[in-house]
Design a protein around this ligand. Sequence first.
Ligand SMILES: [Mn+2]
Length: 255
Amino acid sequence: MILVKVPSEQGSLEKNIGCAKAPESLLSSLSINPEQVDEVRVEKSDIEETDKAIFEKTSKLLKSESRLFLLGGDHSITYSSFSAFSSHFSPEQSSLLIFDAHADSYQSFKPVSHEDMNRVLVEEKSLLPSNLMIVGVRSIYPPEQEFIEKHSIQTISSEQVSLEPFHSLQQVEGFVAKAKNLYVSIDIDAFDPSIAPATGYVEENGLLWKQFSALLSPALKSGKLWAGDLVEFNPLMRGAEKTQILCENIIKKFL
Ligand SMILES: [Mn+2]
């Protein structure tokens, strides 16, 4: 697994300034062989150039049959990396499992931001709606709800995970079983603010570590996992220390 630093907060609409510092902060406390670390050159004044650079880096690594894990940055980075993933494997054979408090399916902006990247991926046909599952959601705007219903996108709320842990696990297992190639994207705000306070859009009643571990394990065991990312951690915010420990534990699961 190659860790790819993507220090970009350009897609955060200025609501998570500081999350570009996450990759450096995380790598400083993990002991990783430097040969296992790569980086996307971020064009600070030009998000479209950054998006292109993420796309190219992801494509290149997948072509060399490397598995990769991107360290964001804000959640818009997933737009470019998953676009590359689905051009590599084909949209039919590319599935995206997301852990997030939000649906990121608001109306489309250009350039793509962390509020609409799922909608744009679906509209551009890089992502088939049936190949998308969002776990931990608990804050959805009406236009997003409409979008989710229209495309029958599979979601599991954090409340469902708490109330029906076994059924939730079965749903994730079913999703993973159907997938050909998997990309797992983790927005740190999927977690409960008691363990992950340092992020731009905090939502109460999130996932706990044990719940997340259980729901991630089908993907880790599947042999289909080629790429992933961890996004929206902000080391400049209050509670950064405990959030960073959680992030480190997530990364270790992928290594
Ligand atoms: Mn989110």
